[in-house]
Design a protein around this ligand. Structure first.
Ligand code: ADP
Length: 473
């Protein structure tokens, strides 16, 4: 199959969140299975120059008087097409530009023209999030009439329903498309016009049909329910590997679990926590955003520190109110609380390796990668049962003696505290169960192979469908 993967961010070129990881790992996994994949992204100023060293010019695309220079970079056997024009390559910010409606309308239009210029005739165009939501709409209104695209189908993946791209429809009309309303919602158009819609976990696929999680698009999503599926993300198991991770002072495997303790000692020392292997260390690595359930943590953390004598380490940055709270609690309990405010990938890996437990009580979580990394590092996740957390973390069940973590259902601080205490009790009093939980995490399969296989099956099911029935949907 020929697949064009279109994304506003792609690791290692540019990354603000999980979408970049998916846009790197999924095309790679598809190519490994023998499919012909290319990736299309904007040529931002922020892309490190080193990555553009081998770039070569392939074509130009002119739209409404703007000339986009399309350059190709080949990495690990995949062709990445970057479009250079001051619209992207002269900007200090990636998503905060006041004309982002215009930027990403152009991105979609240029994508459809450039595929034709380079004669990459895709079976599937895989689009992602609001920035590419116009592609299925443009296909429907203009490009299906072109014989070049006659056999092309579109997939639209929702990575986070909250960010929808709601603008005036001026940019779209400027490009010559018919659109009657003054307001436009790029994500909504992706959902309405793509042949298939996916999101990044099975539970999130169900949740977004409800008022609570649906972000006002649940009614539109319900109309597409028959074409909506959830496929959970994987992680790069080579990049996240406790056996080879250079960020760890003491690498370990499932056979040498006792070596994990040295990493805990290192983190305790580095951040002036009491150095003691027996005190449970709870880690959290996150954007400091209310989505991540931080209000539950601020509600009970002091009580937990005092009565359960645990340690807590936070790596994160974001909203000032949370940063201030964690600074305050660290100053009050310096032997028990460590914090690092900022983004630090290397420290993140040490925290995954050093912690005994990883806390992720999200309000909503489309997929979540942190819990998968924790499992891989034998760090027992404690999560709220939502989205991808619900699909990947299975709460320990003493009857069946199964599970790989602990979880709670309601968005309630004391339910979370109760679950933390349950975990801490096992940690202190039942070393066998604890070891079993760690091993269950470390031996799970979080690689991209399974997820990529499910996308391939989805693509294939579309290709087998008669064309007219697909276009009608
Ligand atoms: P989201 O994409 O909603 O932020 P995910 O759990 O899907 O949440 O992915 C977050 C990723 O970013 C994880 O790999 C996590 O380790 C990493 N991360 C988050 N905050 C930081 C930080 N301050 N420093 C280093 N890595 C971070």
């Amino acid at each position: 199959m020929k697949v064009a993967f279109v994304s506003s961010e792609v690791y290692p070129f540019i990354k603000t969140g999980g979408l970049a990881d998916v846009a790197y790992a999924l095309p790679k996994a598809l190519a490994k299975q023998g499919h012909d994949v290319c990736v299309i992204l904007p040529g931002y100023k922020q892309i490190p120059e080193g990555l553009l060293k081998g770039a070569y010019w392939v074509t130009n695309v002119e739209v409404m008087g703007k000339m986009f220079w399309i350059n190709c970079v080949e990495l690990e056997g995949i062709k990445y097409y970057l479009m250079f024009e001051p619209l992207f390559s002269n900007r200090d910010s990636i998503y905060d530009c006041p004309d982002r409606d215009y930027q990403f309308a152009m991105f979609c239009e240029v994508t459809l023209r450039l595929l034709k210029n380079i004669n990459f005739q895709p079976d599937i165009i895989h689009t992602n999030d609001w920035q590419t939501g116009l592609i299925p709409f443009f296909m429907n209104q203009r490009y299906y009439a072109d014989p070049f695209y006659y056999n092309t189908k579109t997939v639209y993946t929702i990575h986070n329903l909250r960010f929808q791209g709601q603008f005036s429809s001026h940019a779209v009309r400027h490009l010559g498309y018919r659109f009657d309303d003054i307001q436009i919602n790029y994500m909504q158009l992706g959902i309405q016009y793509a042949n298939k819609v996916t999101t990044v976990s099975e539970t999130y696929a169900k949740e977004i049909l409800t008022d609570f999680y649906g972000e006002n698009l649940n009614h539109i999503l319900k109309m597409r329910q028959a074409d909506l599926t959830g496929i959970v993300n994987g992680i790069d198991v080579d990049l996240f590997n406790p056996e080879t991770d250079p960020a760890l002072v003491s690498p370990y495997t499932v056979e040498t679990l006792e070596l994990k303790a040295k990493n805990k000692e290192e983190l305790q020392q580095r951040f002036n926590l009491e150095v003691n292997p027996d005190i449970p260390l709870i880690g959290i690595i996150t954007r400091l955003d209310s989505q991540k359930g931080l209000d539950l943590i601020t509600h009970i953390l002091e009580e937990h520190l005092i009565y359960d004598r645990v340690q807590f380490f936070l790596l994160g940055s974001g909203e000032a109110k949370y940063e201030q709270y964690f600074q305050w609690i660290r100053d009050k309990y310096p032997n028990q609380v460590g914090i690092y405010l900022g983004y630090n990938g290397e420290l993140a890996n040490l925290v995954y390796g050093a912690s005994d437990m990883f806390l992720m009580p999200s309000l909503y979580e489309p997929c979540g990668l942190s819990q998968l990394i924790s499992l891989r590092y034998g760090t027992v996740p404690i999560v709220r049962e939502t989205g991808g957390l619900n699909d990947t973390v299975h709460s320990y069940n003493e009857e069946t003696i199964e599970g790989n973590g602990f979880s709670f259902t309601n968005y309630n601080a004391h339910d979370m505290l109760h679950t933390l205490r349950r975990a801490v009790n096992y940690y202190r009093q039942d070393k066998d169960v604890w070891r079993q939980l760690m091993v269950a995490g470390m031996t799970g399969d979080y690689s991209w192979e399974n997820s990529a296989q499910r996308y391939v099956e989805l693509y294939q099911s579309m290709m087998d469908q008669p064309l007219e029935s697909i276009k009608a949907s």
